[in-house]
Design a protein around this ligand. Structure first.
Ligand SMILES: NC(=O)c1ccc[n+]([C@@H]2O[C@H](COP(=O)([O-])OP(=O)(O)OC[C@H]3O[C@@H](n4cnc5c(N)ncnc54)[C@H](OP(=O)(O)O)[C@@H]3O)[C@@H](O)[C@H]2O)c1
Length: 234
């Protein structure tokens, strides 16, 4: 069974834990404050979805993981479990948000994408940009009642369903794209490969495809929206 190491247990991490547990993955969750702060969430997930979930320290979760996700913002100088993640596929779910992260000149100038910077932080791992453009939090206060579920759960459909939506994946490693394509499929989504990481600016906040993070988009719509993206450089 695949152990999914989810580093970051906020909106994204907790929702993805729920969805991947339901899809048959084993889950180990970590945050920056330690496993003792995650016991309530783990008990809730175990009761509602299934028992194959536990909390651990970041290094322990990274070591246990067959596949990992960094579900927290990028910041230069962050200490990451590089040794424990070496050789592994590591999903980067981060969106660069100036209001939260400040300005990052290499990204603003177009020299690098934020995910290439993550790859530099973890040079021995295989970074994949994924799950950056789907809503992970309920929005019942803003939308109609049936929109209470996070889009990553609400939009999930079995393979072949006519209204199945697609999500984008970018990496410098084809084998990492294959792993995430399988994960997307297990969670109810098609995949569109927008590799390498240097091309991942096409799916950043504000681009035509990103605007569909609540309502979703078909594979054909996603391909067209990626094609229409225009890079804004400063
Ligand atoms: N929310 C969405 O709908 C959504 C959609 C697409 C993409 N994203 C992106 O996904 C990322 C996470 O968003 P979020 O909304 O889930 O944030 P969030 O609710 O603030 O959760 C962040 C989580 O990351 C943990 N964390 C922070 N630094 C860490 C580190 N160095 N090691 C391990 N865990 C760490 C935090 O733990 P502590 O609380 O212990 O510090 C917290 O559990 C962001 O980059 C965001 O741009 C979010």
């Amino acid at each position: 069974m695949t152990v999914f190491g989810i580093l970051g247990a906020g909106q994204v991490g907790s929702t993805l834990a729920r969805a991947s547990l339901a899809a048959g993955y084993d889950v180990v969750l970590a945050n920056s404050r330690g496993p003792q702060t995650l016991q309530g969430l783990v008990w809730q997930l175990a009761e509602e979805v299934g028992p194959r979930v536990r909390a651990a320290h970041v290094e322990e979760a990274a070591a246990m993981a067959d596949l990992a996700i960094l579900a927290f913002p990028y910041a230069p100088g962050t200490r990451l479990p590089n040794d424990e993640l070496a050789g592994k596929v590591v999903i980067d779910n981060n969106n660069y948000m100036v209001w939260r992260d400040g300005t990052i000149a290499e990204v603003d100038s177009g020299r690098k994408t934020i995910h290439e910077l993550r790859q530099e932080q973890l040079p021995a791992s295989k970074i994949v940009k994924a799950f950056t453009h789907v809503q992970f939090h309920g929005r019942h206060q803003l939308r109609v009642p049936e929109d209470g579920l996070p889009a990553v759960q609400r939009l999930a459909r079995p393979a072949g369903a006519p209204d199945r939506t697609a999500m984008v994946v970018s990496s410098d490693f084809p084998e990492a794209v294959a792993v995430v394509t399988r994960l997307y499929d297990d969670l109810g989504f098609d995949a569109v490969d927008n590799s390498p990481l240097s091309e991942s600016w096409r799916s950043t906040p504000g681009t035509p495809m990103w605007r569909h993070h609540v309502d979703g988009q078909s594979r054909a719509e996603l391909l067209e929206n990626l094609r229409r993206a225009q890079r804004e450089l400063t």
